[in-house]
Design a protein around this ligand. Structure first.
Ligand code: PLP
Ligand code: COI
Length: 369
């Protein structure tokens, strides 16, 4: 379903905000932005119809949408999204991290949700144009970044159950600091849900669609009821194999320094942070296995001390140590309950590349002119 774009693509028309936030007010909002609460002045918009394909790409003032209440997305959840960050580099420049991988994953998600695939160059140019326009919204400080949220929704007003013929693709941007609340413990606690699963074979687990997150919320609420920060899911078939968290992938670090992360078998999101950490770890001579790991084995290895560290990773959460694991059958600690050395070293290597403070042998950074 890759669609030819009109000749004007990928030049985004620019309609600047008539009354952008004052610089002094913006700077005040950037002091402690949290995650996903502070939004920039502009957004990118591209329309799609089966007749015209992708058309009218524009950067314009961020504003509420006006939608027909019969819009398909509101009923049947034909929606996909992405999450990526733009960083301020040490020399004052701005760069996107692996946006091409997000563009590819967005197409993969579109195929699974029977939506038209956005050409990758259009995805990339929408992100570049928005970052160029709102670069002043990148918060200062070591955790500051501009979190981009590209998404597409079925906008056709029709209640029949079928792929829509009209869509809206947009990118909004949020000034973010750390994902976790200030003062949070150095390591998070997770609840392994034996009540809920996230995805089954043949389902939408590998796609980044809103429905996966809606379905994870009851499980996340269960985690919070048990005093945990995040939920971790087991596989839907055997309820045995560790899959991922509600919005992060997971890695295990063993006493010999090797790492293990669940394989991409179609039920977990193929995280770009996951792929980057696998590459960085291998660059550093570490062994990384992409293999199934059972919850029973996890318990045994934590008790024996063979398992030294566990961490979660994703664009929003970067690399976050997991210190406590709880489930219906009881609770156990990982290592000393705080960040481990391998976790810390990988986090530092990743962040150094993202912020242009280390060489970028894989060509992951794209500087925005
Ligand atoms: N798994 C899920 C379910 C996610 O929502 C995310 C976040 O996007 C990830 C994993 C990590 O993916 P990435 O590293 O591409 O952000
Ligand atoms: C991300 O890391 O970009 C995510 O999508 C996780 C969550 C904020 C949905």
């Amino acid at each position: 379903m890759a669609d030819a774009a009109p000749a004007s693509y990928p030049v985004f028309a620019f309609e600047p905000h008539a009354s952008p936030v004052l610089a002094s007010e913006r700077d005040a909002r950037l002091v402690e932005p949290g995650f996903g609460q502070v939004f920039t002045d502009h957004m990118a918009v591209v329309h799609y119809s089966t007749e015209r394909g992708w058309h009218e790409p524009a950067i314009r003032a961020r504003a509420p949408l006006s939608m027909d209440p019969a819009s398909a997305v509101l009923h049947y959840a034909q929606e996909i999204f992405e999450g990526l960050k733009a960083y301020r580099l040490g020399d004052g420049g701005v760069a996107l991290f692996r946006a091409d991988a997000n563009a590819r994953r967005f197409r993969d998600s579109a195929r699974r949700l029977a939506m038209p695939e956005l050409p990758e160059e259009l995805f990339l140019e929408s992100c570049r144009s928005l970052v160029r326009t709102d670069a002043d919204w990148i918060p200062p400080g070591p955790d500051g970044a501009l979190y981009l949220r590209p998404f597409a929704i079925a906008s056709e007003a029709f209640l029949g159950v079928k792929p829509a013929t009209e869509y809206l693709y947009m990118v909004i941007a949020s000034s973010v600091g750390p994902y976790w609340k200030k003062g949070a413990a150095p390591a998070i606690s997770i609840w392994v849900s034996e009540t809920y699963t996230r995805a089954a074979a043949g389902g939408t687990g590998a796609a980044k669609c809103g429905g996966n997150y809606a379905a994870s919320l009851a499980a996340q609420a269960e985690a919070i009821r048990h005093g945990c920060d995040q939920v971790a899911f087991l596989d839907a078939a055997e309820r045995r194999w560790v899959e991922e968290l509600g919005g992060m992938n997971i890695f295990f670090v063993f006493e010999d320094g090797s790492l293990l992360t669940p394989p991409l078998t179609g039920t977990i999101l193929p995280g770009i942070t996951r792929a980057s950490l696998i590459a960085l770890a291998r660059d550093q001579g570490l062994t990384v296995r992409e293999e199934p790991y059972s919850f029973d084995q996890w318990r045994v290895d934590a008790a024996s001390g063979r398992l030294r560290e566990v961490f979660a990773c994703g664009t929003a959460a970067v690399v976050t140590p997991i210190g406590t694991v709880k489930a219906a059958g009881g609770e156990f600690q990982i290592g000393g309950g705080g960040p481990g050395q391998v976790t810390e070293r990988l986090r530092a290597s990743l962040v150094a590349v993202q912020r242009g403070a280390a060489p970028d042998p894989h060509g992951w950074l794209e500087r925005i002119a």
